[in-house]
Design a protein around this ligand. Structure first.
Ligand code: ADP
Ligand code: GLC
Length: 486
């Protein structure tokens, strides 16, 4: 049994902004299933403390330069037996708003301080200096919010092996030299082979330089980030680590209990491959929810997304608008929140085509499930996508994903070209270029095939037969842990 400290800034069902939270719950749970001693460490945000009623203080840590001592609260991840340690620094984490942003939007101004405190506590726990009497074999860090921890313990003689997983290279935690100075970090970390990145301080680089091994969440994204286009200036470092065999892509899994069309409590009617006809009940329910004409024969497309440029929302808007202007018989429903301009564009589209478009701005978990179950196709035209979970949820719900051929989308969706349809491997639709035209062309292919119910039905079944549970991916992480411990 290995002892694994799993560090993440968001964990479903306690706090979530995106797929990182899903993975930070479902991977530790899968590791528990493999009998590992895995413990999650995360910030004690107000929402988490409110949800967990049984926490107890198990350690108190004094950090240099931080006035109040930081407590570690212990609990268990809801609906699991995974131990949870919450870093309780009320000044930093006990407030309204999101994990990274203020209630009215915009990042917290003290994010660097907040996540350096988080990282310093992770580091203390990792080298058993937090009075918890537990020394992990593995420290598994995730994304920039945990990036300083590897840097802080890299030279410690009794440190665990360190893995750093990149979920999204676009968010790096970049701050000025002044901020670095205010954080009470060792000055020696300020160099180009350390945290310094073109005159700025990079939290992400702490992970990329000092971890023993870097993973990212799909094999294709692992290759892409070594290129100029996707590397954000870190491609040299990442290529070097890849050449050393220290950067690999392990595809995310999904939680088959949470996302299961046969048992989903949020949807109108559960269904399996055998009772796939029942999916139509969910389609009518989604149309009703969005006040659209309830027509089973109408192609219904869905989006559930953070509304940011990464997700290609503008491509979807342009392509769909053009098709609707031409009078296409399609409907689109969209659930999301994010950049105000995208939210506004969606509302405008809804106003222009009220019987074709439904929009819900916000975060709504039950509705996300209902859309996955109800729509015919799921639109995910991302410019880049480290893994993507929604297309995996779609596959499992017999909802065919329409994706750009990038990152995890490329690795998980098989395009409905004739050859793949003939050998029964097709599960969705793919296109190459990040342009509305390329997406629009694909949507014509989708509309054509939708008129051929037998082929469509076969693709739905093939999609539902795919297995993207954690089984394989958790085994890959375990193998990696073993390799590092050797
Ligand atoms: P990312 O992490 O880049 O946002 P993923 O596809 O990996 O993309 O994961 C997104 C997760 O967030 C999914 O679980 C998805 O259902 C959820 N999600 C995104 N937007 C919303 C929303 N507005 N309401 C509910 N769930 C959402
Ligand atoms: C990030 C990525 C997404 C990935 C998720 C979980 O948010 O944008 O592609 O699925 O992390 O790894």
């Amino acid at each position: 049994m290995r002892k694994i400290l799993f560090a993440s800034s968001e964990v479903h069902s306690l706090i979530k902004t995106g797929g990182l939270a899903d993975v930070s719950a479902s991977l530790p749970m899968a590791l528990r299933q493999h009998d590992q001693d895995v413990r999650i460490i995360m910030p004690a945000y107000r929402q988490c403390i409110e949800r967990l009623t049984d926490t107890q203080t198990v350690a108190i840590i004094k950090l240099d330069g931080i006035h109040e001592p930081v407590e570690i609260l212990q609990s268990t991840l809801p609906d699991s037996d995974v131990m949870l340690w919450l870093v309780h620094s009320p000044f930093h984490f006990d407030r309204d708003g999101g994990p990274y942003s203020q209630p009215q939007g915009g990042d917290w101004e003290d994010n660097a301080a907040r996540f350096s405190v988080f990282s310093r506590v992770i580091a203390a726990v990792a080298i058993n200096q937090a009075d918890l009497n537990w020394r992990p074999d593995i420290l598994h860090c995730n994304d920039w919010q945990t990036g300083l921890a590897p840097a802080l313990i890299a030279e410690h003689p009794h440190r665990p092996a360190i893995i750093f997983t990149i979920h999204n290279l676009a968010y790096q935690g970049l701050y000025s030299r002044d901020v670095f100075e205010a954080l009470n970090l060792p000055e020696k970390l300020w160099n180009s082979e350390g945290l310094e990145f073109y005159g700025l301080m990079s939290f992400m680089k702490g992970g990329l330089i000092y971890a023993d091994h870097i993973t990212t969440v799909s094999p294709s994204y692992a290759e892409e980030i070594c290129s100029y286009e996707f590397g954000y200036g870190l491609e040299g470092l990442l290529s070097y680590r890849a050449q050393q065999g220290q950067l690999t892509g392990i595809l995310n899994g999904i939680d088959h209990n949470e996302w299961n069309s046969e048992t989903d409590p949020y949807i109108s009617k559960t269904y399996s491959i055998k009772t796939i006809r029942n999916k139509a009940v969910n389609k009518l329910a989604v149309q009703r929810y969005f006040s659209l004409p309830e027509k089973e024969e109408m192609l219904l497309m869905g989006v559930v997304s953070r509304l940011v440029s990464q997700k290609g929302i503008d491509l979807a808007l342009d392509a769909v608008t053009h098709l609707l202007e031409l009078g296409a018989n399609i409907q689109l429903v969209c659930l999301g929140s994010g950049e105000p301009a995208f939210e506004q564009d969606l509302r405008v589209l809804r106003a222009r085509f009220p019987d074709k478009v439904g929009v819900d701005i916000g975060y709504n978990e039950p509705l996300a499930h209902q859309i996955e179950a109800g729509v015919d196709v799921f639109l995910m035209p991302s410019r880049f996508e480290p893994c993507g979970l929604n297309q995996l949820y779609s596959l499992r719900y017999g909802t065919l994903p329409i994706v750009r051929n990038t990152g995890g989308l490329a690795d998980t969706v098989v395009d409905a070209i004739e050859e793949n349809r003939t050998n029964n491997s097709a599960t969705g639709f793919k296109f190459e270029l990040s342009t509305p035209e390329a997406l629009e062309e694909t949507l014509y292919r989708v509309m054509d095939l939708f008129k051929r119910p037998r082929i469509w039905r076969k693709m739905m079944v093939t999609a539902m037969e795919q297995d993207y549970s954690w089984e394989n991916s958790a085994a890959s992480y375990l193998q990696l842990y073993d390799d590092l411990l050797d």
